[in-house]
Design a protein around this ligand. Structure first.
Ligand code: CP
Ligand code: NVA
Length: 309
């Protein structure tokens, strides 16, 4: 049952600057306690329902472990083992599930499908990845950046490769948190201006040459060439993206203390070389772990609102 004003996290900009900072700060405290084996049972007796219409390793494990660590419990649903796979409307699923649990996380295809769920839900809904956005990942990425390098405001993030759900979420984060996003994607795979609007060049700069995009960047990041749901395009994408592999040459033109991130799963030799992802500038394992801590803070915030330390 949800008592306070109903909030969702369907895209990064659903939260204000202050709310993002609050969640990140709270994640810091939750992570510190986790590392000291101190219990933190703020969601005792609460239940999370997770709905997966696409595959997952990190999102499932981090939400599931996270909710148990907060003292709650978890129900895992997929398209194939629920009535969603037998065409029960998403609205009906939302009405029913949200009468029985305290919070819902969904990974699905179109953002509109997630929005349809949320608008019929009595409890907070979290985007666990859609074709359009992946806000939980960017929350973890920003947390990881701050952990390694301090404030991200005024810094430069280079996005190399597909202008996908991750790239659009980075752009929302750049707008809210005040950093510059460099994007380099091959022809045919650029950001679409009807989705980006017309951001100032202090927020977004696009480059044909991925090496140019990496120059001076404090963070270089990339993702798979073919996201889930686009598998039919795999072959043509492998050809189009061949020059968009993050390699040591790109890391070498970035800032001297630049770090590398990848939301994972990764394909060494495609979007990134083994040398980079397994090298000293890579923080991908911290990045993956931080999904756990930020999402615990996120669920706590959506269910309980702001708490005193
Ligand atoms: N990064 C991420 O969301 O990973 P999964 O697809 O394994 O959940
Ligand atoms: N862009 C990728 C991210 C996977 C976590 C996808 O949507 O498949």
């Amino acid at each position: 049952v949800h008592a306070g004003p109903l909030r969702h996290f369907l895209q990064f900009r659903d939260f204000s600057h202050d709310e993002i900072l609050y969640v990140l700060e709270r994640a810091r405290l939750i992570k510190d306690k986790f590392k000291r084996y101190q219990p933190h049972h703020t969601l005792h007796d609460r239940t999370l329902a997770m709905v997966f219409e696409k595959a997952s390793t990190r999102t499932r494990v981090s939400f599931e472990a996270g909710m148990y660590q907060l003292g709650g419990s978890v129900i895992h649903l997929t398209t194939t083992d629920s009535q969603l796979g037998r065409s029960e409307p998403i609205e009906d699923t939302a009405r029913v599930v949200s009468r029985m649990v305290d919070i819902v996380m969904i990974r699905t295809f179109e953002q509109t499908r997630l929005e349809r769920f949320a608008s019929h839900s009595r409890v907070p809904v979290i985007n666990g990845l859609t074709n359009e956005f992946h806000p939980c990942q960017i929350l973890a990425d920003i947390f990881t950046f701050i952990e390694h390098r301090g404030d991200i405001k005024g810094k430069t993030v280079a996005w190399i490769g597909d202008a996908n759900n991750m790239a659009y979420t980075w752009l929302q984060a750049a707008e809210i948190l005040g950093f510059t996003l460099h994007v380099s994607a091959p022809n045919g795979y650029h950001l679409e201006s009807d989705r980006t609007g017309n951001p100032d060049s202090s927020i977004l700069r696009e480059f044909d040459d991925p090496l140019e995009a990496c120059k001076g960047a404090h963070l270089v990041t990339t993702d798979v060439w073919t996201s889930m749901g686009y598998e039919a395009e795999n072959e043509e994408r492998r050809k189009a993206f061949a020059d968009w592999c993050v390699d040591q040459e790109m890391m070498d033109v970035a800032a001297a203390d630049a770090i590398f991130m990848h939301c994972l799963p990764a394909h060494r030799g495609e979007e990134v070389t083994g040398e980079v992802i397994d090298g000293p500038q890579s923080v991908v394992w911290d990045e993956a772990e931080n999904r756990l801590h930020v999402q615990k803070a996120l669920m706590e915030f959506l269910i309980l609102g702001r708490l005193e330390a």
